[in-house]
Write a protein that binds this ligand. Sequence first.
Ligand code: SAM
Ligand code: ZN
Length: 263
Amino acid sequence: MPSPGRPTPLTCWTCGERLRLSPVGLACRNGHPVAEAGPGVYDLWPPDRDTPALDLYGTPLGWAYDFGVNTRPLATLAARLEWGTDVSRMYRLMDEALAVPRGSAVLDVPAGGGTSFAEGAPALKGLLIGVDLSPVMLARAARRRAANGLQRQVLLARGDATRLPLAAASVERVLCFNGLHVIRDKEAALAEFRRVLRPGGELLGTVLVSDGGSPYSLVVGLERMASFFVPVSSRELRSLAKRFGFQRWEQDLEGALLYFRGQ
Ligand SMILES: C[S@@+](CC[C@H](N)C(=O)[O-])C[C@H]1O[C@@H](n2cnc3c(N)ncnc32)[C@H](O)[C@@H]1O
Ligand SMILES: [Zn+2]
């Protein structure tokens, strides 16, 4: 008997089949269980890979980041002072990135606390899949999804940006906002973004870089002392993007924050 529900870009780690979404949730047509990482959040972490011993974004640091980035006037002031950038441009880019047609899908990785849809995501017509390694951040994202009535449009899963639980060529866009400076293995992440994007699909986002000009490069240099903060330079990002097949690569550095997009 065919299993109910429509296929999603998400895949089952046991058999590789696309997971299907029905009103009762996400399921594998071959009956493999799909665990939960919290209420309304699926656990699609690679089963043969250890999860980090410390969920850094589950600490007060994660709370502070999440509160700041989702309190837009505060984020605008802080980003202006700390990184020399006007983040209203970042929020506009998020809104634009979510505007894909009905029937197609967008991946937001790392989704964090749901920053991309925290203000309601009116342009979202397709399916948004948010993947992050932190169950605490994903729980925040789930609360914002409920507050905005987006339960039918947003799927949340614990997963690894460097080994995504998604089928090849399954999404129209990949959003990667403020993620590449905390993801150590950027090669693996970019290779995964390329793999899951449909031909002609687009990667876009923002990242803090090490060459933002004075005094912001100094701030980034200090933040670099935290072992989880691993920014590259804008030149390194451009060459990585090229190496992983991204064409029409555009990047623009404003202060220490680099805005990028490529196909
Ligand atoms: C600075 S937050 C950005 C979140 C969101 N995109 C935003 O702009 O607010 C970075 C996020 O990256 C996540 N993260 C770090 N390494 C990851 C990985 N390998 N796979 C998935 N998420 C990861 C963290 O859990 C955290 O939620
Ligand atoms: Zn399966």
